[in-house]
Design a protein around this ligand. Sequence first.
Ligand code: PLP
Length: 415
Amino acid sequence: MALITPSAHLADVRYEIRGALTRRARELEAEGLDIIKLNIGNPGRYGFTAPEHLRGAIASHLQESEAYGHEQGLELAREAIATQQRARGARHVEVERIFIGNGVSELIDISLRALLQPGDEVLLPSPDYPLWSAATILNGGQPRYYRCAASQGHHPDPDEIEALITPRTRALVLINPNNPTGAVYPRELLQQLVAIAARHQLLLLSDEIYDEILYDGATFQPLAEVAGDVPCLTFGGLSKVHRACGYRVGWMSLSGAPIRTTAYRDALQLLAALRLCANVTAQWAVVPALQDAPTIGALTTPGGRLHEARRAVLESVAASDHLDLVTPQGALYAFPRVRGEHFATFDDNAFALRLLEEESVLVVPGTSFNVPGSHHFRITLLPPPAQLREVFTRIERVLSGMAREERQPRNVAMA
Ligand SMILES: Cc1ncc(COP(=O)(O)O)c(C=O)c1O
């Protein structure tokens, strides 16, 4: 009997945010357990809603959404994105250099498919948002990871990045504000990274999907403004800032000297045309999202739900015997670290599984973000603050149990 075997391209592709632990959580739910899921940055699952005026814009244009649209997206929506990008200082952004997709996810794949030859290298952060690694591998590329260590505030080290560059390096990926760490990069750091891209003729790929989710006065610096004429593809969308993950609307905008990217732009257009167009219906929400008064500040400033959730996490970690945390400045996550002193060895997957089995809490282990031997785990800041405090009580129970067993192995303890 001939088996239907999957492509060998998938051998190194992983997405553990929805992987084995999540499947186990579903089994436990089917058995009747109430699982607190902190694994996905999906605002709609935690009681957040998209602003009413976005919904209204879609409803009033339903009838105009029945035909295929332009492969790069609705012209009006692309104009609004170009206006936003130019206002942020991006150079040479025109509607022909904007692409709307079914979420940033689709565009990450298209951007790398249009760029890479087999064996080309892409500089990716470690930890990364793992779709960037997966899309690099699926498109024949090789990830080269630069560290964003907790000891450095989860900021990249420009010297380390430059040392990783080879003649095969094609692109430098930044995620800012960062998922999973919450780091927000200062302008001086971005200037150093742009200088590296300029010296080595790299394409800058800047995932800015959390651009307006900022805490405690953190400032977001768009990369395209710093990049000037250096080719830069900036990604944004409705999923996070506008709490509309299910609409599946993202965009990418190409800035920098057009002469250097004409052929690349045409390749992006070809790939966009091959999939005909993005979902038209939800694209009507782009103009109000970008042109009406912002709505995210009410959630991220003191008293706002995300601000208070983050406070609950910071206070819980401060009170913990086992954890520390680089304070997240932006995005929807915290990336706490289990401190080493109580554990000779620490297996983040074993910890996450135990937390799920014993305490019904689902987190994502740090190794899922392409950090070998990680002592970290990621949680979202989306649940209500009181629930997050409860989660940390449970985490503390598991870690204290593990620390006790480390001093006195389980079978001895039970004897
Ligand atoms: C850094 C980052 N980029 C891209 C995405 C995908 O977003 P979209 O919903 O637009 O596909 C996510 C989703 O969590 C993300 O965290």
